[in-house]
Design a protein around this ligand. Structure first.
Ligand code: ZN
Ligand code: ZN
Ligand code: FE
Length: 765
């Protein structure tokens, strides 16, 4: 026996410890868990929520104290995540009994706020049980499930600081809330039909036409009749219609001004989804997990109304995630379109009075309730790429879970302009806000300012530095100057790469491949097909796509045929404008072609770009898939879908890499081959596959010349599963370690995290 062991074995009558726990430990049943353990072990003391997390004082035999400490690590509730657990010895006080003490509201705000959680199996069983007092009650929840971030007004997480504060508990709920042995012990959102929120169905004018369960039944009947029902859920309103009814779907599209973009669909169950989509095990797990995002799936053998996901596009599928959705979908028994309650590109509507105004032209009736939604939270969107989930839109279920990046607290990163999200570094990690939408509308800008105020208040963190994109015209960039803290600008594609570095805790040197639509290069050109070496002291552009002039600049986003003309002009010179056997050329009149030729020749209204997104657009137009687009990445998605239909083993198009510094990836030989193939009517699927395959090989070629062992794939283009998976596979075969975005979007929704990382690690804020 060693001396230490002998010392440890010495029986001490009593021992007292003070345990400070940080991480995701509030709102997950952590205090009752500690109470049950401590009581069972015969310990005295207390457990309390603090602004930083949870504080435990425990006193008793050393063996019991040791057992409690072990339990904290090994048996914590399923939704808890302990970041730190600091234990300090204190002199015993001789106190008796173990209590759950009042919250301590002072101090730095470090307690992680939990995302909203999908309904748990126990609560589902209760709402289905006619003998339960919560039978068919749409706001049933417990410590394992239910609303969190959508109802929190302030920390620490207590009912008084949530939007449930306006519902005084009834005696039955109070008894459950106070009983440490109950699943609803200190469930802050606890509710029942006697005391909690209530449903109402409003007609188009906002008059109540049914209440409580009758409202639910009437909403189901309206859906069955093909009507558009606005439904207030967890983080905002959905607009719902019968997804099998073509006329109803078309009506919703017309009213919402959304002609083509696929609409999300909520299915009653996984079984009900099966005929409509191909679901692999990773996708099934994601669909039924506690985050319950929209999962992008390939279409199956049975079709929904064609207007739901036109042209064989991916289906955005989700399963019910609140009791309200479970009951409604269970009643109707068919899939319903469940798209965000907003007008295109505006933030989601959260308030029922606002809904009457903003959704007035769209909805036939409104299924509403009286629990206020504290902040807008769209449904998150996820796609499984090469077996791993990749979050495209990060909101309900994911935000505001911190990303572990170990960054200095107090950095506020402002993100980009589209798919905006802000990030704040805190003691609990970097917190990235929920998706806030585009910053072109007054509503979008209001939501953006609210999110900045929200984060700094919830985490009691005054920014010490503010980080923005280089682009001077982004709304977020203009906002930066209004802060008193010093401002740091980070190049767009560098931020894309840094976001992946933050998520995976990577260190320089490495090669970042950032491909997207548009980003300010800082040299007067538009970047978007970039290979960036991150070094311990900075970054270097080691390669990029061959630049071309983009006639019309931003107009090309809506018109892929403009990108095609830019590519053709760069490949064939002015002869391009006479190639009117090609769809994008034929689409312009002779006069328009002359104008475009002059714009490119003079370099007026035709900026220089290296954008990979525009390369994809142009190719989609050349093969005849898409001349005009009504939503982002429409053309590129069509090209990917086409490539996936290719069963043949095709020879990839050539994309030679020049030896200059920076290297250039020359796509002109590929465009020449492609034009020949289009003229000889080669199947579009083969052309699309040869294009993807060629780019993936060019990526490997650049990576091998750059020589870094670690490669990061970043930017919106890597939402293309074919490009991402093929590049990753070939890079790994060539001996590289490859990292992609998983929990934070690869698109501009991840910029703020990358900006924060850059400021903390490279600018030494
Ligand atoms: Zn539950
Ligand atoms: Zn009650
Ligand atoms: Fe971008």
């Amino acid at each position: 026996m060693t001396a230490t062991a002998i010392l440890d074995a010495t029986p001490a009558a009593r021992e007292r410890v003070r345990i400070a726990i940080t991480g995701t430990v509030q709102g997950v049943g952590f205090r009752p868990f500690v109470w049950r353990k401590a009581t069972a072990l015969g310990l005295a003391g207390s457990v309390a929520n603090t602004a930083a997390g949870v504080l435990v004082e425990a006193e008793g035999s050393p063996a019991a104290v040791a057992s409690l400490l072990r339990s904290l690590r090994e048996d914590a509730p399923p939704n808890a995540r302990i970041a730190r657990c600091d234990v300090a010895r204190e002199p015993p006080t001789g106190a008796a009994g173990f209590v759950i003490a009042e919250s301590v509201a002072s101090g730095a705000r470090r307690g992680a706020i939990l995302p909203d959680l999908a309904t748990c199996p126990e609560c589902l069983a209760e709402i289905a049980d006619p003998a339960s007092r919560r039978y068919r009650y749409p706001f049933t929840n417990c410590t394992h499930c239910g609303p969190r971030y959508s109802i929190v007004r302030d920390m620490p997480y207590d009912r008084a600081r949530t939007s449930m504060a306006v519902f005084p508990m009834c005696a039955d709920c109070r008894a459950e809330y106070d009983n440490p042995a109950d699943r609803r012990f200190h469930a802050e959102a606890i509710a029942c039909p006697a005391c909690g929120p209530r449903l109402a169905l409003w007609d188009a004018a906002g008059r109540t036409i049914a209440a409580a369960d009758d409202a639910l039944l009437a909403a189901g009947a309206a859906l069955r009749d093909g009507r558009v029902v606005a439904v207030k859920g967890i983080g905002g309103f959905h607009l719902m219609v019968d997804a099998r009814n073509p006329a109803a779907v078309a009506r919703l599209r017309r009213r919402k001004h959304r002609p083509d973009k696929p609409l999300a669909v909520m299915f009653p169950s996984l079984e009900a989804l099966a005929p409509y989509a191909n679901v692999d095990p990773a996708e099934a797990a994601l669909l039924s997990g506690r985050e319950r995002p929209i999962v992008l799936l390939r279409q199956g053998r049975r079709a929904l109304a064609d207007a739901v996901a036109p042209g064989g596009a991916l289906i955005g599928a989700m399963l019910p995630y609140s009791p309200l959705h479970h009951l409604l979908l269970g009643d109707v028994g068919f899939p319903v379109v469940a798209t965000s309650g907003n007008l295109s590109d505006e933030p989601i509507v959260t308030d029922e009075a606002d809904a009457l105004v903003r959704l007035g032209e769209i909805a036939d009736c409104y299924l509403v309730h009286d629990r206020p939604i504290v902040r807008p939270l769209d449904d998150s969107v996820v796609r499984v790429i090469a077996g791993t989930p990749t979050v495209f839109r990060r909101a309900r279920g994911y935000a505001p879970a911190p990303v572990e990046a170990g960054l200095t607290p107090g950095i506020l990163a402002l993100g980009g302009h589209l798919k905006a999200a802000v990030a704040l570094t805190t003691e609990s990690g970097a917190v990235v806000s929920q998706h806030l939408g585009d910053l072109d509308t007054p509503q979008g800008r209001d939501a953006y300012h609210a999110a900045v105020a929200d984060l700094t208040r919830l985490y009691r963190t005054e920014p010490r530095a503010v980080v923005r994109d280089l682009h001077p015209d982004y709304y977020s960039s203009r906002v930066a100057a209004a802060h008193s803290a010093p401002v740091i600008s980070v190049q767009h594609h560098v931020a894309h790469v840094a976001a992946v570095m933050a998520e995976h805790d990577l260190v320089a040197p490495l090669l970042g491949i950032a491909w997207d639509g548009t980003g300010d290069g800082g040299d007067g050109t538009i970047w978007g097909g970039e290979f960036i070496r991150i070094t311990p002291s900075g970054w270097e552009r080691v390669a990029h796509l061959l630049p071309f002039r983009l006639p019309g600049g931003e107009a090309a986003v809506r018109e892929p045929r403009r990108s095609a003309l830019g590519l053709l002009r760069a490949t064939f010179g002015d002869a391009a404008f006479a190639m009117d056997d090609l769809a994008p050329v034929a689409g312009f009149t002779a006069a328009e072609r002359r104008t475009i030729a002059a714009m490119i020749a003079r370099g007026v209204g035709a900026p220089v770009t290296t954008s990979a997104g525009r390369l994809f657009d142009g190719v989609a137009a050349l093969v005849g898939l898409s001349q005009r687009a009504t939503y982002e990445a429409q053309a590129a998605s069509a090209l990917e879908t086409a490539a996936d239909a290719c069963a043949a083993d095709v020879v990839p198009y050539p994309f030679p890499v020049t030896a200059d510094a920076p290297m250039m990836l020359d796509w002109r030989p590929a465009i020449r081959s492609l034009v020949t193939d289009v003229r000889t009517a080669r199947p579009v699927s083969e052309v699309a596959a040869a294009f993807h395959g060629g780019l993936a090989r060019a990526i490997v070629e650049v990576a091998s010349r750059a020589g870094e062992a670690t490669v990061v794939l970043a930017g919106g283009c890597f939402q293309n599963a074919r490009l991402a998976a093929e590049s990753e596979r070939l890079l790994e075969a060539a001996g590289r370690r490859v990292f992609r975005a998983h929990l934070v979007p690869p698109n501009d929704g991840g910029l703020s995290l990358g900006q924060a990382w850059w400021a903390a690690k490279m600018e030494c804020v």
